[in-house]
Design a protein around this ligand. Structure first.
Ligand SMILES: [Zn+2]
Length: 259
């Protein structure tokens, strides 16, 4: 028997550096000392935004990709997260309202967009249309998954086309941009919703800060690519605290009910 605490009981806050007990992080994973948000897993997000959740039939890979080391990375991500891919989708209920919900998980290969994630996004978008339900996407992604090459980039326009189709049908759509929303995801469907809100503190952009700094050789403002600065520039409808997110989503769904 060891006198040391069980692994995973304490976690140092990346912002204030204090050691915080698992119970103190709470279900929303917020530092009790400085208010820092840890990134939520898809499971934690579902607990936050759905009182009931019925997953859609899960689309999986038809054939493995040959990119060196990719299969091992995928297997590791699956083992670490318990999920089969970086997007979980299904029919959700929140405050007695039904909607289609897709949740990306940055813990799964940084939530990168690949063929399966793209197929699952088109699936949840199509399901919203046929079932005449609103669509809510929780976005957390580093961009396209480069191991799948051009096929990952192809997801940008095919998902966006499906999204546009749903918008044209008149379904209410809501995207919640969380940390991080980057690359090909921010450049395609992330901003395609009727309402686009961000979780406070999220980094949202296309190319990473370091790449831009290197290319432009100009100093960047401290708030560069922050949810707050995007809101100030009119790119977002609102920036919402994690503690208020479920209430805000419920309110938006109620306000946009059909008839
Ligand atoms: Zn802290």
């Amino acid at each position: 028997m060891s006198h040391l605490p069980a692994v995973g009981t304490w976690r140092q806050c990346p912002k204030c550096q204090r050691n915080v007990h698992r119970l103190e992080w709470g279900s929303l994973q917020i530092c009790p000392h400085c208010g820092y948000y840890l990134r939520l897993t898809a499971t934690q997000r579902l607990q936050q935004l759905a009182t009931e959740f019925q997953p859609l039939p899960e689309i999986t890979a038809a054939a493995p990709f040959a990119f060196p080391g990719y299969q091992a990375k995928l297997a590791q991500a699956q083992q670490q997260t318990g999920a089969t891919e970086a997007l979980t989708a299904g029919v959700a209920t929140l405050q007695q309202q039904r909607f289609m919900l897709g949740v990306m998980d940055s813990h799964f290969m940084m939530g990168t967009l690949n063929m399966i994630v793209g197929a699952r996004l088109r699936q949840v978008i199509a399901a919203a249309k046929t079932q005449q339900l609103p669509l809510v996407l929780v976005i957390a992604s580093g961009g396209a998954r480069m191991q799948e090459g051009i096929l990952s980039l192809l997801q940008m326009n095919t998902v966006l086309a499906a999204y546009d189709d749903l918008n044209a049908a008149g379904n209410y759509t809501l995207n919640i941009l969380t940390d991080p929303t980057m690359g090909g995801v921010s450049a395609s469907f992330a901003f395609a919703a009727d309402t686009v809100i961000a979780e406070a503190g999220a980094t949202i952009g296309f190319a990473g800060k370091r790449v831009i700094q290197k290319t432009s050789r100009e100093p960047l403002p401290p708030a560069f690519q922050s949810a707050a600065s995007l809101y100030q520039q009119g790119q977002l409808d609102a920036v919402v605290a994690r503690t208020d997110l479920a209430a805000v989503v419920g309110q938006l769904l109620r306000l946009h009910q059909r008839k």
